[in-house]
Design a protein around this ligand. Sequence first.
Ligand SMILES: [Zn+2]
Length: 253
Amino acid sequence: MTEPQNTGTTAPDQLAPMPDDWQRALAVVAHPDDLEYGCAGAIASWTDAGREVAYLLATRGEAGIDTLAPAEAAPLREREQRASAAVVGVDTVEFLDHKDGVIEYGTALRRDIAAAIRKHRPDLVITLNHQDTWGGVAWNTPDHVAVGRATLDAAADAGNRWIFPELIEQGLEPWNGVRWVAVAGTDRPTHAVDARPGLERSVRSLLEHRAYLEALTAEDPEKYCRSFLGGIAEQLAPRFGGVPAVAFQVFAR
Ligand SMILES: [Zn+2]
């Protein structure tokens, strides 16, 4: 098996390797577990290589467990998310106070994300599928659409001192250094990362969402995580030189 090379002549259906000349990334998603359904495997490889990755979650996923009231679910899911991040080498996990299930796309959300981008000064911003559907077959949730779109927008907002001038009053100077926004879980991938080095940790990372998984599936959680994450990585292999992959749609800035 050969490692895929970016020759500049990559066929449209072949995925290019993710850019690797960067040091800091900020991953912005709606809910605990959003990053663990695939993306965390790539994050494990990046932190192994000495890169810094921080997580920003718009909510605590408090509406995610039918049998648990939001007041109890929020701290539980926050703890699970922190444990899950630690498995892939991420120590910085921050939460905004948007409401799970009813996140509104708008300037308040863009401002909160722009503030985080100014604070963390990432080269790479990661988010989750902002399209209407998952692969054209399942309807996406409004939270993912709102946070994905707002993150793509906020990467530019963060660099403009005249948008959200109140952030400057808070000491958050413009950051115009975001070079790419990479969207995980997309059905229009352009780039990929070898899933193999981080696969085992991505399974353990998803398993940390134990209360959520127990409510979600009657299947053995480990079997479920391994088959789900292994399956999506294998599905992408034909488009990445035969290498199981974590894929992203990369928007360069
Ligand atoms: Zn989600």
